[in-house]
Ligand binder design. Structure first.
Ligand code: 5GP
Length: 205
């Protein structure tokens, strides 16, 4: 067997495209896959659990993490800060676990710069109308927030060139299957694993 480093999967896309639902389903059926739990300065919503959905922290603590370069990326989204704690991600990748980041697009681009070997997956809603229905149906955003999120959605979709793959979220199960296939292919990319392959066979000589 090859000693392969884990894959860093970055799942991003417009809010309401369903990246959260897709990631949850993916995590349920793939135990080798670890979710990176972000820090955020936003207030927790009903039902959210500290350390599971997010680490809820204040602005001061967030700034400290930024200053200490402890975040792989961070962004200011709809009035709050969100960021990915770096250490845990790196640790898991080194152990051979695949790590999934479910983050918005500005952060995804920072990851692309700092960790280009990541796999960048763009989730698309089937239509803008459907996107609106989903955000409204979630019932957690005010009408003003919904308007803000929708108007930025099209601008975000235009940034799809920065991604390696896209997944249309019409059916969660199909979207999950598509991502599982992406993972399988990426795990067999020569440029990613050539060194470990050559090392293994040289050892056996
Ligand atoms: P929500 O407040 O609805 O949980 O998340 C708002 C947006 O922030 C979503 O698009 C979500 O994917 C994104 N987000 C969550 N965690 C992070 C993070 O660590 N970094 C970045 N850049 N975005 C995040």
């Amino acid at each position: 067997m090859l000693k392969r480093k884990g894959l860093l999967l970055v799942v991003s896309g417009p809010s309401g495209a369903g990246k959260g639902t897709i990631c949850k389903a993916l995590l349920n059926s793939n135990e080798n896959l670890k979710l990176s739990v972000s820090v955020t300065t936003r207030k927790s919503r009903e039902g959210e659990v500290e350390g599971v959905n997010y680490y809820f922290i204040d602005n001061e603590k967030f700034n400290q993490l930024v200053e200490a370069d402890e975040l792989l990326e961070y962004a200011h989204v709809y009035g709050n800060f969100y960021g990915t704690p770096k250490e845990k991600v790196i640790e898991n990748l080194e152990k051979g676990n695949d790590v999934i980041l479910e983050i918005e697009m500005k952060g995804a681009m920072q990851v692309r710069e700092r960790y280009p070997e990541g796999v960048f997956i763009f989730t698309l809603p089937p239509s803008l109308e459907e996107l609106k229905n989903r955000i409204v149906g979630r019932g957690t955003e005010t009408p003003e927030e919904i308007h803000k999120r929708l108007s930025s959605a099209y601008d975000e979709i235009k940034l799809i060139d920065n991604y390696d793959y896209f997944v249309i979220n019409e059916e969660v199960a199909t979207a999950v299957e598509t991502i599982e296939n992406i993972i399988k292919c990426e795990k067999n990319k020569v440029e990613r694993y050539r060194d470990v392959i050559l090392e293994k066979f040289e050892e056996e000589l």
